[in-house]
Design a protein around this ligand. Structure first.
Ligand code: SF4
Length: 352
């Protein structure tokens, strides 16, 4: 596939920089580096729309912020609310490219599901995003800006959790995704705890290995969707080049290695007549032995033009019960945001 990212120059903004980098820029323009703390607080904790509204700074300083640390301003091009209280936002960037960001009401909290790419190169045939193709990676700042625009929209309410389950495969945009996490976890700014963040991946093995070493240790979800390697290659084409056995071994090591005792959430989208047989459920329970975690099964959300069928609820219940017979924890999740066509079309759901 042609790498469109090489041809696109996206201008950096404040949200692309870590606090250390902002300190460095402030130093270069002969301002106190400690102002970085103030800028992080104002940009990420309140309802700041432009540096110009900070009337406790001189016009000269504001001009410097606007020139050297311009705020990336994405706009919410569309907003839709589902009957379950979920809200889908279409976030539009400066080049006109759009991604979907979904706010889910879970218990008393609000979970924001964010995107890391415009489109997705993985190409899962059951997924709306996979079927639209791939346009470009988002920069760290554009990822962070999704959190900022939605925070502003719901202010003074707050987002309590972040899940990287939206459009795109976060591990293919690893560097920018990781930098965005770093910025969003900064305690001077948005201050999200790693325990309140989860990433979803199809299991890009070399990157997953790197992530396991480098962290941060957020929650991790891995989309399996099939227990037969040939079927997995069809359902997750990009991940098909990594052997299922190797991925499972890596997850065994991830959840048990180095005394870490981490857990992983295994995602399984149920497609009627494709991967929902009792034999598949039994095998799933068997191949996951030795991995610490649980399986989340979700019924397929129909996508226009895709040739898959959503199973009946009772069939899904039977599938989950068969996994449980192996002793591995498994849960059937309701499809949140179904009515408003959640971003990835499949991954909008309870996390935890
Ligand atoms: S399901 Fe996830 S990984 Fe697959 S195409 Fe959709 S966004 Fe990409």
């Amino acid at each position: 596939m042609e790498n469109l990212c090489d041809k696109i120059v996206v201008v950096k903004g404040f949200q692309d920089y870590t606090r250390d980098e902002v300190r460095g820029i402030l130093k270069k323009v002969k301002l106190s580096p400690s102002l970085a703390d103030v800028l992080f607080f104002r940009a990420y904790r309140g309802n700041l729309t432009s540096w110009g509204v900070m009337d406790d700074f001189s016009p000269g300083k504001i001009r410097i912020f606007e020139e050297y640390l311009p705020l990336i301003k994405a706009e919410i091009a569309e907003e839709r609310e589902g009957p379950d209280g979920s809200r889908k936002y279409v976030v539009r960037y400066r080049d006109g490219k759009e991604v979907e960001t979904v706010l889910l009401k879970i218990g008393l909290g609000k979970t924001l599901c964010i995107s890391t790419q415009v489109g997705c190169p993985v190409g899962c045939p059951f997924c709306a995003t996979g079927r639209m193709g791939f346009y470009r990676n988002l920069t760290a700042g554009e990822i962070v800006e999704q959190v900022r625009v939605v925070s502003q929209r719901i202010f003074p309410e707050r987002i309590s959790r972040l899940v990287f389950f939206g459009m795109g495969e976060p591990f293919i945009n690893y560097r920018e995704m990781r930098k965005a996490l770093h910025i969003l976890m900064d305690n001077a700014g948005a201050n999200f705890s790693r325990r309140k963040i989860a990433l979803s991946t199809v299991g890009i093995k070399p990157v997953l290995e790197k992530w396991t070493e480098e962290g941060p240790e957020t929650g991790l979800a891995v989309s399996l969707h099939a227990v037969r390697p040939e079927l997995r290659k069809r359902l997750i084409p990009f991940a098909g080049c990594y052997e299922l056995d190797e991925l499972l071994s890596l997850l065994r090591w991830y959840t048990n290695g180095r005394g870490k005792q981490r857990k992983v959430m295994i995602e399984y989208v149920l497609l009627r007549g494709v991967n929902d047989g009792q034999g598949d459920a039994k095998k799933l329970g068997q191949i996951l032995q030795g991995i610490r975690g649980k399986v989340n099964v979700i019924c397929y959300n129909p996508v226009e033009g895709a040739l898959f069928i959503r199973p009946e609820w009772e069939e899904a219940v039977a599938f989950v019960e068969e996994i449980r017979r192996s002793g591995f924890p498994a849960y059937l999740r309701e499809s949140r945001a179904l009515e408003i066509t959640g971003a990835c079309g499949q991954l909008m759901r309870n996390y935890g």
